[in-house]
Design a protein around this ligand. Sequence first.
Ligand code: SAM
Ligand code: SF4
Ligand code: SF4
Length: 346
Amino acid sequence: MVKRAISNVSKDAVKDRYKRPLRDLRISVTDRCNFRCVYCMPKSVFDKKYKFLPRSDLLSYEEIEQVVKAAAELGVCKIRLTGGEPLLRNDLEKLIEMIANVEGITDISLTTNASLLTLKRAQSLKDAGLQRLNVSLDALDDKTFMAVNDVGVSVQDVLDGIENASKVGFESIKVNMVVKKGLNDHSIVPMAKFFHGTGQILRFIEFMDVGNSNAWNLSNVVTSQEIADMIDSELPITPAEANYKGEVAKRWSYNDGGGEIGIISSVSAPFCGDCSRARLSATGSIYTCLFASSGHDLRKVLRGEDTRSVTQALREIWTPRQDKYSETRTQVSVLRPKVEMSFIGG
Ligand code: SAM
Ligand code: SF4
Ligand code: SF4
């Protein structure tokens, strides 16, 4: 089981050009998903002919463990497993156990659509050392939710997954809702009312221009201020202090003591200044920004074709980092190739 520490500043901690440390590693364990969310893996692109990665191209768990060890030496303490849909990997528990034993790692979380989260699976993930869970759910009515996931999965399937997770007692369960104007913005207040008082923190995410498939346009974004105003008019809220520097979601507390919500405003109020996140794709490339065009190939290092140590390679990737995409994006998504969210994870 992972030991929690308030802070784990490694003596070899690295900083990028803007003095941002590397603290957080998001690991995509698969590029596959059983959903086709219209804002992430639209069927028009991810159809029957789409070529997902062959299993042999994915990093082995031993290789991922090596990257985690090197990252921990450089200051990483938080690991998030994501995808694609991470629960499509049957033996994910083995990887979680391996990561939980890496010195310096104090926090392990998983982002999932929860449709495959049976009680048995939730228990085995918890037993392996998973501490926190983020579940994505974009509406409470089947018509809207099915229009989002586009594969006919019902809201109840996801709520059952959340219920199973809460039965096994994770340290926290957060529910993430991506808001896209005209698609599910009418679900903002019903979602807030549903999760109010449950202890499960609902977080609203502005629709982002990740990848090149989702036809992003600024006019589809409901801003964090608009989201906060909508909720405030029904369930009054007050801004709350951040839990820690660099927290991605802006916190708001319900005035009646019914808990809190978070709003992630990567479009209307970007937070690049504190961004300490790197992403590892399922094929072993490191991305220093969610909106990067290309990654840095660590697989060659892991497989001995590049003679540097993984720690050295990671240091050389992070030190010159200058990414600040969200602070410089324009009204229309920049016309340059960007990696897909399902490839590097959210
Ligand atoms: N399949 C898992 C899930 O949906 O939770 C994990 C991977 S998914 C790529 C991670 C997160 O990215 C989800 O919360 C999803 O809603 C979010 N996401 C995907 N595309 C997005 C977009 N265009 N804008 C904002 N968030 C997005
Ligand atoms: Fe799959 Fe998650 Fe993307 Fe939806 S957001 S398509 S569940 S990876
Ligand atoms: Fe970090 Fe890039 Fe997002 Fe800015 S745009 S917060 S640098 S991932």
